[in-house]
Write a protein that binds this ligand. Structure first.
Ligand code: PLP
Length: 404
């Protein structure tokens, strides 16, 4: 008999979780009549974010993608340049490269952190140096809330003077060697999109030690208005600032960040305790240099041991009204980055499609194949989590019964 699954409450992957103070700051914004744009809430959010992360200069923007775009623009990325990025990431990490007419080159993950592999990066930079064309920037992603190995990546880039931009969009609240995600690189980018660990409904932050970089970004993010009573422009800018209302939400969210990190990490451990002994299930590792915010709990499902593959599990969860999602599809497999689409001249006239330029790629492909992001809502009850756990466990049992 068919079960009406819709009668079960939907469990979401990572919905917003609003605290108690956000509305107070939003009221403040209304009361002061600073609805939009900019205003004192934005200034306060930038200041408080700098205090929280220890990264001194900050710029609140309309999205994380906008923050990456501005950082690349200020670092001088132009048409024809190359920029290195993680292949295992979200499109927002790399689309700004193409906004500037530059070409992304994708670097594979390592097994221990799932983040950009510094050894592959090193080999490729050496090869690029020999060929006489180095990338203008390197953007490692802090995947699912775990920092990339900044020190090793910086050490590899330093001899060539290539700036590192940390894509910390998913890593707000995570630590690298005891310091906030995004510390110590040329610039770091955070996102407050609705699914992130803290949210302003939509928004981003560019953060850096470099005051000049942030001030240039501020200028470009406000339509590049030169100082004059009339609007005077000598450059083309963007309309990328965060509104005062959204900054008010961000201030409240910042106050619950530590709480959210604790809840995310607790959830990860809860899943891990329940599922780790099942053959064919592994959990995303935590590199010894840092502390992940565990934005999403991610598992690997090996069908040879578990009995069914990741997609079967995902569909089984969906049938129970539980949202889960495959690990990001690697950028080098995305149709939009086929070399013909990027107009790599010499191959333009060939009919076949070519993968984008990627260094390695097998690790990310395997993680995509086997990886599943589990519901990681910090407002989830243990009862909800148990529903997810038993749905996953049932997938395994079914196949065992069939086999024997
Ligand atoms: C969310 C995300 C972005 C983009 O952030 P938006 O605020 O949605 O523009 C960039 N990179 C990664 C890795 C992300 O997860």
């Amino acid at each position: 008999m068919a079960i009406n699954h819709n009668s079960k409450k939907r469990i979401f992957l990572s919905p917003p979780h609003i605290g108690k103070e956000e509305i107070r700051f939003v009221h403040e914004a209304f009361d002061s009549n600073y609805i939009a744009p900019l205003g004192p809430q934005v200034d306060a959010f930038e200041r408080e974010f700098a205090e929280k992360t220890g990264i001194p200069c900050t710029l609140a923007l309309s999205s994380g993608t906008a923050a990456i775009h501005l950082a690349l623009k200020i670092l001088g990325v132009q048409s024809g340049d190359e920029v290195f990025a993680s292949t295992l990431t979200f499109i927002g990490s790399v689309s700004p490269i193409t906004f500037l007419g530059a070409k992304p080159v994708f670097i594979d993950s390592d097994q221990s952190s799932w983040n950009m592999n510094p050894d592959l990066l090193s080999e490729e930079l050496e090869a690029c140096n020999k060929r006489g064309k180095l990338p203008k920037a390197v953007i490692p992603t802090d995947l699912y809330g775990q920092c990339a190995d900044y020190d090793r990546i910086k050490a590899v880039c330093a001899p060539y003077h290539i700036p590192v931009i940390a894509d910390s969009a998913e890593a707000c609240g995570a630590l690298y060697k005891g310091k906030s995600a995004g510390t110590g690189v040329k610039a770091a980018v955070f996102s407050f999109n609705g699914n992130k660990i803290i949210t302003t409904s939509g928004g981003g932050m560019l953060a850096s030690d470099d005051k000049a970089l942030i001030e240039q970004a501020r200028f470009l993010s406000q339509q590049a208005r030169d100082p004059a009573p009339h609007y005077e422009h000598t450059q083309i800018g963007y309309n990328y600032r965060m509104s005062n209302i959204l900054a008010a939400i961000g201030r409240g969210q910042l106050r619950v960040l530590d709480e959210r990190v604790r809840a995310k990490r607790r959830l990860f451990n809860y899943y891990k305790n329940a599922l780790q002994d099942i053959p064919g299930i592994e959990f995303m590792p935590e590199a010894p240099y840092g502390k992940s915010n565990r934005w999403l709990t991610v598992i690997l499902i090996t069908p040879e041991y578990f009995g069914v593959d990741r997609e079967t599990v995902r569909l089984a969860l969906e049938a129970e009204n539980i949202e889960s999602r495959p690990v990001w599809k690697p950028m080098h497999l995305q149709p939009v980055f086929r070399i013909e689409n990027l107009e790599f001249g010499i191959r333009k006239n060939l009919k076949e499609t070519y993968p984008a330029r990627v260094i390695g790629g097998e690790v990310a492909e395997d993680l995509f194949e086997r990886g599943l992001c589990l519901p990681s809502d910090t407002a989830m009850t243990d009862e909800d989590t148990n529903r997810v756990i038993s749905a996953i466990s049932r997938c395994r049992k079914r196949i065992v019964r069939k086999l024997f």
